[in-house]
Design a protein around this ligand. Structure first.
Ligand code: UFG
Length: 325
């Protein structure tokens, strides 16, 4: 298939592009390179530098590419930033997304696989989280993702587009070529690895008084190669609707830090810091729907394998993409 990948220069988009190409698909990456990296775009893909908020640019790129399907990764994804500048999130993640799906309608592209998030659930009442768990986002980032799911559902009803919403839990890990390079970096695993690389003196643990056995937050970490695999499964057939993507097993912040100690052989000093606003105690997926409907089975998401793959990438790219290009 020919796939139009927005955000193919970003973390999850770059790895999915690589896997699509490995499986013989053709890829056009549409990315502004504002937060993505040119070096993260697989050379076998065609890169179109463009801005989602510019409807005419998206429309032109879609008409030129004439893809069979769209995978939509491009978005702002910093919870803290969204609490300070919500407009940024609604204009990019929602208005940009409307431009994208409108261009699909005009070009007759029937299918979109959308990067949604467990952040759409907010503080869930029950764990594990199923797709039927009420979505009550607690920040503009999660709200922008939920709004776009709803917008796509209307385009399905009115224009017959087939949307799939992949609600990722905690994306982590790397392939040999592509890994995680955010600025600023807010995610736990790369921040712990920075300590192992000697780029930070200690890791900050944001809160040790949560309602969990060791007092630190529990998350469901999923390898980006497994996420990429789910996208490819979601492309085929008549699949539509939401799918949670997680392993069903949660690890606390302290458990993650311990695994990094084991994998890197570094002592990783820690500092206890205040809670980060908006962090729920536990986010763990019930991903049976993805298993039974998509036939998806995470193969790379053992926590130690995740950390090993991220560690290998960060050692090879100690300053991310910029300084290794
Ligand atoms: N944490 C630390 N120290 C750090 C970084 C994180 O203690 O230096 C803690 C956080 O407080 C949290 C846990 O580690 O308890 C995981 O934090 P991440 O930032 O790695 O990931 P989140 O769980 O906050 O991710 C959430 C959602 C995703 C969403 C993402 C947006 O789970 O679906 O926010 O970036 F996409």
């Amino acid at each position: 298939m020919k796939v139009f990948v927005t955000g193919g220069a970003g973390y999850i988009g770059s790895v999915t592009t690589e896997l699509l190409l490995d499986k013989g698909h053709e890829v056009v990456v549409f990315d502004s390179l504002e937060r993505g990296h040119r070096e993260a775009v697989d050379k076998r893909a065609r890169l179109v530098i463009g801005e989602l908020r510019d409807a005419a640019q998206v429309q032109k790129a879609m008409l030129d590419a004439r893809p069979d399907a769209v995978m939509h990764f491009a978005a702002y994804a910093l919870v803290g930033e969204s609490m300070q500048d919500p407009g940024l999130y609604f204009s990019n993640n929602v208005t940009g997304g409307v431009n994208l799906v409108s261009a699909m309608v005009k070009s007759g592209v029937p299918k979109i696989v959308f990067s949604s998030t467990c952040a759409t659930y907010g503080y869930p009442e029950r764990i594990p989280i199923t797709e039927e768990t009420p979505q009550n986002p607690v920040n503009p980032y999660g709200e922008s993702k939920r709004m776009y799911e709803k917008i796509l559902a209307w385009y399905q009803q009115i224009h017959g587009i087939r949307p799939v919403f992949l609600r990722y839990f905690n994306a982590a890990g790397a392939t040999l070529r592509f890994g995680e390079d955010h600025e600023p970096e807010t995610h736990l695993i790369p921040n712990v690895l920075k300590v192992a690389l000697g780029q930070a003196a200690s890791v900050k643990i944001f809160g040790t008084d949560y309602n969990t056995p060791d007092g630190t937050c529990i998350r469901d970490y999923i390898h980006i190669l497994d996420l990429a695999g789910a996208h490819i499964r979601a492309l085929s057939g008549g699949h539509t609707g939401p799918f949670n993507l997680g392993t069903g097993t949660g690890f606390s912040v302290r458990e993650v830090v311990d695994v990094v100690r084991k994998v890197t052989g570094h002592t990783i000093p820690e500092t206890v810091a205040a809670r980060r606003p908006g962090d729920p105690d536990r986010l763990v997926a019930a991903a049976e729907r993805a298993r039974t409907v998509l036939g998806w089975n995470p193969e790379h998401s053992n926590l130690e394998s995740i950390v090993e793959s991220a560690w290998a990438w960060h050692q090879a790219h100690p300053h991310g993409y910029r300084k290794t290009a």
